[in-house]
Design a protein around this ligand. Sequence first.
Ligand SMILES: Nc1ncnc2c1ncn2[C@@H]1O[C@H](COP(=O)(O)OP(=O)(O)OP(=O)(O)O)[C@@H](O)[C@H]1O
Ligand SMILES: [Mg+2]
Length: 343
Amino acid sequence: MAVQEEIMDTLILGIESSCDETAAAVIKNGRYIMSNVISSQIDLHKKYGGVVPEIASRKHVELIIPVINQALDEAGVSLSDIDAVGVTYGPGLVGALLVGLTAAKAIAFTADKPLVGVHHIEGHIAANYLQYPELEPPFICLVASGGHSHIVQVKSYGEFEILGQTRDDAAGEAFDKISRAIGLGYPGGPLIDKYALKGNSNAISFPRVHFNDGTLDFSFSGLKTSVLNYLNKMEQTGEEINIPDVAASFQKAVVDVLVENTIRAAKMKNINKIALAGGVAANSQLRSEIKSTAQKQGIDVMYPGLILCTDNAAMIGCAAYYEYIKGKRADLDLNAIPSLKLS
Ligand SMILES: Nc1ncnc2c1ncn2[C@@H]1O[C@H](COP(=O)(O)OP(=O)(O)OP(=O)(O)O)[C@@H](O)[C@H]1O
Ligand SMILES: [Mg+2]
């Protein structure tokens, strides 16, 4: 009689606390979200116009255990059912990272579970595996978030080559800074996205930076200065500033270079799959423009659902799963690395 082997599910508890979201999730076999709990601190930081690191850390301390418990409850599992704990250990705010990492280490130690350290950006990229269960590397990924603007060639699970990156501000950072300058507030991306819908993206001519050294790098600080100069000039001459037009023209300038360089990367590498990742991947114009432009050139475009674009622990659980099945384990002396490099 043939022995029937029972195929066991692999459950990962993912933990994320690198910035201002306290998050925990349970992921089955790397692709299925059993729970995804996100406690955002946005309202807490709004009045300061950005994330205050010390406040973020203190709030993480308050929330981390309840959020983890909720993730386990919603998944209908207990710690003994979990195969491994995956946690973001960088990059991010050191105090914020340490809260999630310490909780993960405590769980790994007391429940005797393996610990897997996850790079936050590897997590953002992995969000696409949750959205598209059939997606496999290789593909080109545009990672555009609050702290990063990278064009990455995803060669296999956890294996990356950075093809281009920002030389100054990240795309999300530019959205946040310009939003503050035009009085829309924090976080800037969703607000600019919303106001841009009512504006004319050709109203004001803002620069698109291209380097003539053939790289796929980005630069957004010149664009930021140009918007600030425009606002100052309008103020000095007493002219009324049309906020939706500024939002739309600025957003279009960012989207144009993100789309152009990412498609160039795909063509350069002869890869016909592009994925978006990170908070800026939630941008409605970026999603629609890259899709329509790439499709005309035979390139498929994927992006995660909105909740999987910004920080969450489901993406960390997914990335941890692929590291776990490769045999990667972290020791309990794993430390937070605020400027951890992707490759
Ligand atoms: N609809 C949108 N359009 C443009 N930008 C957006 C949108 N939604 C969110 N963002 C931007 O995404 C950023 C937050 O994304 P994310 O949570 O990935 O960044 P982070 O975790 O702070 O940075 P990193 O991932 O680089 O460490 C913010 O800068 C925010 O303004
Ligand atoms: Mg992030």
